[in-house]
Ligand binder design. Structure first.
Ligand code: GTP
Length: 364
């Protein structure tokens, strides 16, 4: 099997953390999201992966090179962003016309069995088959209406909640027949959801396959934190400590939590539940971190509390600081002693913050 992964978005909803790394390289339980996806694809029998890249493409080349986990890896670079359909057309030469292939939104964490979707696609002889996930509120997604035979009769992108034809949401995982290349114009931005799928539905060539299991879109901070929690629950389960972790005996690690290599945690700190502490981080005395993602190299000083937040690489958080729910601290930012960032405050990379902020906002 071949797979193309859309990896070139700007991830504006995850700024400021996405100012310094592409979304697919955000760590989940201390490993980039893309590592989890590639592992899954290799298990599903994929032999060749095309990474459709644009924003920060060098980061992918540097990390993965030309092969990984027994799969050949190609980087298909766009001159300008081509949306969700254009990158597939752009990779036509690399994908070829021999057989159906997988196409994935790269910002999804799932334990989906891709080979099952391929099987369904071939059974129906479809041009495209979409994996569908049942959601409570379909208004944020592309929504499909299916016949009993799983043919999509209608595909509507982000319908108002009351007008949604079902609660089956586009999971961002497709099998596409090479015929799809005839439906995607070349050399411009194309939305596969808005321009291609509705046309295929009209022609009776679009099928759906609903599934249950782990599925989450990490595109927004809540989704990113939730993905981390879900993996901690399903993969890590208890707690996992990396190599050369130095920890005082009075430290409490609450399951499930992951602590990376070379982390130092000083006395009476409580870490977890649902914390991912990146390598080389230093946590001082009496620190409290829960339901949070701490990137590598962060320093969190004595008696500081971090709850429901994301702290970017090499940030320095002072003493007796409070970082609350939904806060995102950019790489290398400095939060000075005694500052409170109450909720949903984002801090740009390298910014120094000396005063507390109690309302949601962005510190540029
Ligand atoms: P936001 O700016 O926060 O909406 O994020 P995004 O730019 O990643 O957009 P979105 O979440 O809709 O993207 C879904 C998937 O498509 C992600 O895996 C993106 O990396 C990818 N993607 C979005 N736009 C492009 C593009 O122009 N080129 C490529 N190659 N991939 C894209």
């Amino acid at each position: 099997m071949k797979a193309v992964i859309l990896a070139g978005g700007f991830a504006t909803r995850l700024r400021p953390l996405s100012c310094t790394r592409p979304k697919l390289l955000f760590p989940i339980c201390n490993r980039p999201l893309l590592d989890w996806t590639l592992e899954r694809l290799a298990k599903s029998g994929v032999k060749q992966v095309v990474l459709a890249v644009n924003y920060m493409s060098e980061a992918f080349i540097q990390r993965y090179g030309n092969s990984t986990r027994g799969m050949r890896l190609f980087h298909s670079k766009e001159e300008e962003p081509l949306g969700t359909g254009g990158p597939i057309k752009n990779a036509e030469g690399l994908i070829g016309h021999e057989e159906p292939f997988l196409a994935l939104n790269g910002d999804i964490l799932t334990n989906f069995d891709h080979s099952e979707l391929m099987k369904k696609h071939i059974e129906k002889g479809a041009t495209a088959t979409i994996a569908l996930y049942r959601v409570e509120d379909p208004s944020r997604y592309g929504v499909a209406e299916l016949t009993k035979e799983n043919c999509v009769v209608r595909f509507v992108e982000k319908p108002p909640r009351k007008e949604a034809p079902s609660n089956l949401a586009n999971a961002g995982i497709y099998v596409l027949d090479p015929e799809i290349f005839d439906y995607i114009p070349s050399g411009r931005q194309v939305s596969i959801e808005r321009e291609v799928f509705p046309k295929l539905a009209d022609e009776g060539k679009l099928y759906g396959h609903d599934f249950e299991g782990l599925w989450i879109d990490i595109g927004k901070p809540e989704g990113y934190l939730k993905a981390n929690r879900l993996l901690l629950d399903t993969e890590i389960k208890k707690s996992r400590l990396g190599k050369s972790v130095r920890m005082e005996s009075t430290v409490e690690i609450k399951d499930p939590t992951v602590v990376g290599d070379n982390v130092v945690i000083e006395e009476k700190s409580k870490v977890g539940p649902y914390a991912a502490i990146g390598e080389r981080a230093i946590l001082g005395k009496g620190v409290r971190v829960q339901n949070s993602i701490v990137f590598p190299g962060v320093i969190i000083s004595d008696f500081t509390s971090v709850k429901g937040a994301i702290i970017g690489e090499d940030a320095i958080i002072g003493r007796r600081v409070k970082v609350g729910h939904g806060c995102m601290i950019g790489d290398h930012a400095v939060i000075q002693n005694n500052v409170t960032l109450a909720r949903r405050v984002t801090v740009c990379p390298s910014r120094v913050v000396s005063k507390g902020v109690l309302a949601p906002g962005c510190l540029m």
